[in-house]
Design a protein around this ligand. Structure first.
Ligand SMILES: NC(=O)c1ccc[n+]([C@@H]2O[C@H](COP(=O)([O-])OP(=O)(O)OC[C@H]3O[C@@H](n4cnc5c(N)ncnc54)[C@H](O)[C@@H]3O)[C@@H](O)[C@H]2O)c1
Ligand SMILES: [Fe+2]
Length: 405
């Protein structure tokens, strides 16, 4: 079929990526060229309590911006919260939006910024490439080392009525500015630190083990949110995996360890660059219905499922998984490739245990009867299923879930 062969790949990022400990103090300077007058800051009450909102507001004092806030963000934001944020913003439309928080607040900010420049109902933009106009200027400032939303093309909301996480994806949703300051992560409590950190590892491993860009079964001229495995994505994914292997446990056990926070902050952004260009695949597909039903955090759901999907992918990605084991600090020098690849699975299981990720679906409150529905809904997310390194049937998904139960 003409146009089927994908003989090239592309790579996108945020408009400008700033990384540095203490860099948030220069936010006003970074925003100045945008010539905005009214700025809306989107965050939540936990971050207000932790003093993070104040730090960001202080960084804009003396700039002359008129600043308003929406601080009703919540973990895994629902459609209702998204509508409330949009309504609040529409009352006095800003010229720029700043999302401060984990993936939840950054994603909310993305939807608000997009809807300020696109008409109709936000839910109609779910899927890929639906926004016709770019969002108003948007800055994202992560306070967890996890989602990579500050550089990604995605915003994820929870459709509570249908028990499903829904992704809105567009290259237009990549923020104009990603400002990553590891200092803002020092106050992140151990559980969101663990959950978001293992999400970052999932991003890196799924990007590293997904379908090669030239084998992706989607015509080259068809709009598609992912490019498949490619050499630049591999660079970011490998470095992210290595940094997570070195620093994740420390950030959970010693939240105020700045060196470890810096390592994880870099890892999460790198993993965000990798996955939002290459892929996320079966782990994320399974987490969307599971998380939407069980209301576990996205990271906990992914962390639990990750070793099971890695085990399923072993037959086709043993070379990559052997390298993952090495990057996670395992000594694989005397092992065959197949044994080294197995070691990556057990290394992730060990990491999960060390940071307190629940090992079984039943620990998250799931029942055995729910598994077929999770498999069915996950299998319908074709944009992710097409990208899994090993072709996957609905029956395979159910087998993975049974093993994780
Ligand atoms: N857009 C993307 O590309 C993308 C990728 C992966 C996941 N996600 C989405 O991101 C969300 C998860 O984001 P997350 O894992 O970053 O967690 P989160 O944003 O849900 O935050 C979890 C909790 O930690 C608190 N918190 C965060 N940082 C803190 C800090 N520094 N100090 C004190 N408290 C802090 C928050 O207030 C919140 O209560 C999910 O909805 C998920 O689906 C989006
Ligand atoms: Fe994720």
């Amino acid at each position: 079929m003409p146009g089927l062969q994908r003989d090239c790949w592309s790579f996108y990022s945020a408009g400008r990526l700033v990384f540095g400990t203490g860099a948030v103090a220069r936010l006003g300077e970074f925003l100045k060229p945008w010539n905005c007058r009214r700025v809306l800051l989107v965050s939540d009450r936990m971050l207000e309590k932790a003093g993070v909102v104040e730090t960001v507001l202080n960084a804009m004092s003396g700039t002359g911006f008129e600043i308003t806030t929406f601080l009703e963000g919540e973990p895994e934001p629902s459609y209702n919260t998204a509508q409330a944020a949009i309504d609040a913003a529409m009352k006095r439309p800003p010229d720029a939006v700043i999302g401060v928080g984990g993936g939840s607040n950054m994603d909310l900010a993305k939807i608000v910024a997009a809807m300020l420049n696109n008409g109709g109902k936000f839910s109609e933009y779910a899927g890929y490439d639906r926004f016709s106009r770019p969002p108003i200027p948007l800055a994202c400032i992560p306070t967890t080392a996890g989602t990579g939303s500050e550089v990604s093309h995605a915003a994820v909301l929870t459709d509570t009525a249908n028990h499903l996480k829904v992704s809105f994806q567009s290259q237009l949703l990549r923020p104009k500015l990603a400002l990553v300051d590891p200092k803002l992560m020092l106050s992140c409590p151990p559980k969101p630190t663990a959950d978001s950190g293992i999400d970052a590892l999932t991003h890196a491993i799924e990007a590293y083990t997904c379908v090669d860009f030239d084998k992706l079964a989607v015509p080259a001229n068809e709009p598609f949110p992912y490019e498949g495995k490619n050499p630049l994505g591999d660079c970011f994914a490998e470095r992210a995996i290595e940094l997570i292997g070195k620093h994740l446990v420390t950030t959970v056990k010693e939240p105020r360890n700045l060196g470890a926070r810096e390592g994880m902050a870099l890892a999460a952004t790198f993993a965000g660059l990798a996955f939002s260009n290459c892929a996320v695949a079966a782990v994320h597909a399974l987490e969307y219905p599971m998380g939407g039903t069980l209301h576990c955090s996205h990271g906990a759901g992914n962390g639990l499922l990750l070793p099971h999907v890695m085990r399923f992918n072993l037959p086709v990605r043993s070379r990559e998984l052997a390298r993952v084991a090495e990057l996670l600090g395992e000594n694989v020098s005397d092992l065959s490739e197949a044994d080294a690849a197995e070691r990556a699975v057990t290394a992730v299981e060990k990491l999960n245990q060390a940071i307190g990720i629940p090992p079984r679906i039943r620990d998250l409150g799931g029942t055995h009867e729910q598994l077929p529905e999770f498999a069915r809904k996950a299998f319908q997310i074709k944009r992710l299923m097409l990208l899994n390194g090993r072709p996957t049937t609905e029956r395979d998904l159910l087998t993975i879930l049974e093993a994780a139960f």
